[in-house]
Structures are given as structure tokens and as C-alpha cells.
Design a protein around this ligand. Structure first.
Ligand code: ADP
Ligand code: MG
Length: 252
């Protein structure tokens, strides 16, 4: 197997008394696209948020590029805020909502992170921004403002913005769920291209066609545990376990 980019061990997360993640073990290798599927409320977003430390795990270990991020101490995880920021710059996250800066142009949205957070010289940042905007097919909109773009175009800018930080892994949380149906395709095409380019991706999606065509591995989350996982041709076509079968029946 190739190198591990992300390794999650025994991850638990509770909100008060509600245990949402009940011991997750998951590894994503370099260049791999893993699709995370499961019913609403099964813990998919919570899992991504833990990887990005937008949410704090209750227990468990997460390694990024082989380095332990956060440490268990007496059942609680202890983190240093400075370290968290460093982690977040190595994890690219794309949400349902695009959250672009409305007062900045497309190009500025993509260059601001590298310039302000990474200290990349502006000329270099602009060159790299152009490259990422080209990858998602939106370079011609570089001088536009977000409000001038369709939702699908805005989401592709958001993807380019995340890529511009040169993250170790890209996380997508239902990146197409807020889009009008006719705009979903262009975003999925862009995501597929990234996967084919060898981008390491962990993708929460309801687009099972995308998962089937693009994922190297599909993970089905059920009530906070990994209930079944495997190649898309197995999990999405002939799942072995009953909850996975129920879920897929609901999606056809
Ligand atoms: P999914 O993304 O699979 O729909 P989530 O991870 O968003 O699932 O949510 C899993 C469970 O955790 C749900 O029962 C949800 O209500 C609960 N939950 C999510 N975020 C919070 C929070 N900040 N506080 C309390 N409960 C939460
Ligand atoms: Mg969610």
C-alpha cells in the first residue's frame, strides 16, 4: 500500500451525553479518494470536523502525514491552538456553503490564504491561483466577484481556494447539496478531475454515481460506526450487510 496521509484511530466524539462517533478507524492513502456515505445524522460531518479540528474528539488519535495531531490526556484530548492552525492549513475543506469573501474577487479569494497565512509572495500566489482556477475550469472568472457567479462556479472557486493552500488532503462535506440540480454536474466534474490527478480526498456525498465512478473506496457510516466499507463495486452494488442494503434501497 502507498503512504498514509490520514490515519484515524479509535475516534470517539460525544456532544454531552450523545455519543455521535463510537470508535472510528479509518486510513486514507496518498492519491486515494474515499467517499463517506450514510444517512443524515450518522456522524459524517462530525467526522470531517474532527479531522479538521473544527470539532474536538472526545477520544482517539488522528495522524496527518504520520504526525500525531492532538494527544490524549486523561481521556480528554489536549491541543495547542497554534498547532491547530498549522493542521488546518494542511487540510483543505469544502462545505455545502461556499463561504467566499464577497468583497474580494475570485482571484483574491484564492490568493489571500497563501499570502496572509503561508507568507507566499503575491506574484507566486497569483501564479498558483491561476493554476488552481484552471484545474476547476474557472480561470476566466478570476476578476469577477462571487456575486457575479452561479452557485456551481462559486463552489469551484471555493475548491480552488482550498487547493491553493496545497493541503495534504481535501475534505468535502456535501459540496453539491446546496446547488440547483443543473449546477451539480460541473462541480462533480471538477472533483472527479482532482481525484484523477491524484489528489487525496475524503468526500462526504449523497451522489452515489460519483462515489461509484470516482471513489477508490466507499465507507458506509451507520450510527457513528463504520458499518461496511470496500470498493464501490461491492458496497454500492452488492452490499453484504442489512443497513447498507436499506440505505441503498432508499437511494434508488
Ligand atoms: P451527518 O453529517 O451524517 O448528517 P452529523 O455529524 O451532522 O451527521 O450529526 C450527527 C449527530 O450529531 C446528529 O444526531 C446531530 O444532531 C448531532 N450533532 C451534530 N452537531 C452537534 C452539536 N454541535 N451539538 C450537539 N449535537 C450535534
Ligand atoms: Mg452532514
Amino acid at each position: 500500500m502507498t503512504e498514509e496521509v490520514l490515519r484515524i484511530e479509535g475516534l470517539r466524539k460525544a456532544y454531552g451525553l450523545l455519543e455521535v462517533l463510537k470508535g472510528i478507524d479509518l486510513t486514507v492513502h496518498r492519491g486515494e479518494t474515499v467517499c463517506l456515505i450514510g444517512a443524515s445524522g450518522s456522524g459524517k460531518s462530525t467526522l470531517l470536523r474532527c479531522v479538521n479540528f473544527l470539532g474536538y474528539p472526545t477520544e482517539g488519535r488522528i495522524y496527518l502525514e504520520g504526525r500525531l495531531i492532538g494527544r490524549e490526556s486523561g481521556g480528554k484530548m489536549a491541543y495547542r491552538e497554534s498547532k491547530l492552525c498549522a493542521v488546518r492549513t494542511h487540510v483543505g475543506m469544502v462545505f455545502q456553503q461556499f463561504n467566499l469573501f464577497p468583497h474580494l474577487t475570485v482571484e483574491e479569494n484564492v490568493t489571500i490564504g497563501p499570502i496572509k497565512i503561508r507568507g507566499v509572495p503575491p506574484a507566486v500566489a497569483h501564479e498558483k491561483a491561476a493554476e488552481q482556477l484552471r484545474r476547476v475550469g474557472i480561470l476566466d472568472k478570476a476578476k469577477d466577484y462571487p456575486s457575479q457567479l452561479s452557485g456551481g462556479q462559486q463552489q469551484r472557486v471555493a475548491i480552488a481556494r482550498a487547493l491553493a493552500m496545497e493541503p495534504s488532503i481535501m475534505l468535502f462535506d456535501e459540496a453539491t447539496s446546496a446547488l440547483d440540480p443543473e449546477l451539480v454536474g460541473e462541480v462533480l466534474v471538477a472533483m472527479r478531475k482532482l481525484a484523477e490527478d491524484g489528489t487525496t480526498m475524503l468526500v462526504v456525498t449523497h451522489e452515489l454515481g460519483f462515489a461509484y465512478n470516482v471513489a477508490h473506496r466507499v465507507v458506509f457510516l451507520h450510527e457513528g460506526t463504520i458499518y461496511e466499507e470496500g470498493p464501490p463495486q461491492e458496497i454500492l452494488v452488492r452490499p453484504r450487510r442489512p443497513r447498507t442494503q436499506d440505505f441503498l434501497r432508499g437511494h434508488t
